[in-house]
Design a binder for this molecule. Sequence first.
Ligand SMILES: [Zn+2]
Length: 311
Amino acid sequence: MEDYPETILEFEKRFATEEACREYLAQLRWPDGFCCPRCRYRRGWVTKRGLYRCCHCGFQISVTAGTVFEGTRKPLRLWFRAMWHITSQKHGVSAMGLQRVLGLKRYETVWIWLHKLRTAMVRPGRERLSDIVEVDETYIGGKKPGKRGRGAAAKTLVVIAVEDKGNHLGRIRLRRVANGSASSLIPAIRESVEPGSLVRTDGWSGYAPLPSQEYQHDVVRQEADVGDNLLPLANRVASLLKRWLLGTHQGAVRASHLDYYLDEFTFRFNRRASRSRGKLFYRLVQQAVAVEPVTGEDIRGGSPYSRQHNI
Ligand SMILES: [Zn+2]
């Protein structure tokens, strides 16, 4: 069923032509065969220009229309190489690194591509975390080290939710929030964690309404000294995230674009045990033809969250 190359040689052989790339996209976009978006007729043929044409109503559509690749003027072969490179590197790749690999002249192009692909790293309708979930916040960015508390300036607050699988890290969700108040934290938890789950937090007041929101609430020791590691799983995720931002991305992530990076980190983290890099590539392509396209202009303006909150 799931059909993907396992090695770079298989990849190179398989995606040597535009036609091969296009067919792969079509296969993932229309797994049950072509379906006309206008009349739903199930048969079409490929025109000389590489468009899919409905046998019934004559409607023509590019396989890239309505996907991450919409409107691209670059060969799909390059996009495929970008996706292969991103998924075959354990920690991903910076825009500059990818620019070098692809040999593209403009840094900006690669930077936009990476952000577009990050939008495909969130599976539409993905399920929330469940069972036992540790939740904590961490500050990202800013020059000064943050003091303990929820009020450090010039820093971005991120809520970390991680499943506790018997002291092993399960899946994670990361969400940026405006501040540490209950009105920021509770909606972030509702988006990330299935009601009925046991949510473990510290004694911060922003988490107090959890029991009224259909969660079981486990508060670890209220009085904590600085340096106490009360929520070891969430802390571990926080330090891996920070290391990744500083390492792969050299800390060059703007607050307005942090959400995209959080999505990429989550995508990688939740698939870290996957032995096959080819499968990661497959997932990325599959989601790239399933998500709504965003324009370069949208991306330059920051993440939807930052545009909405004007930060
Ligand atoms: Zn049709």
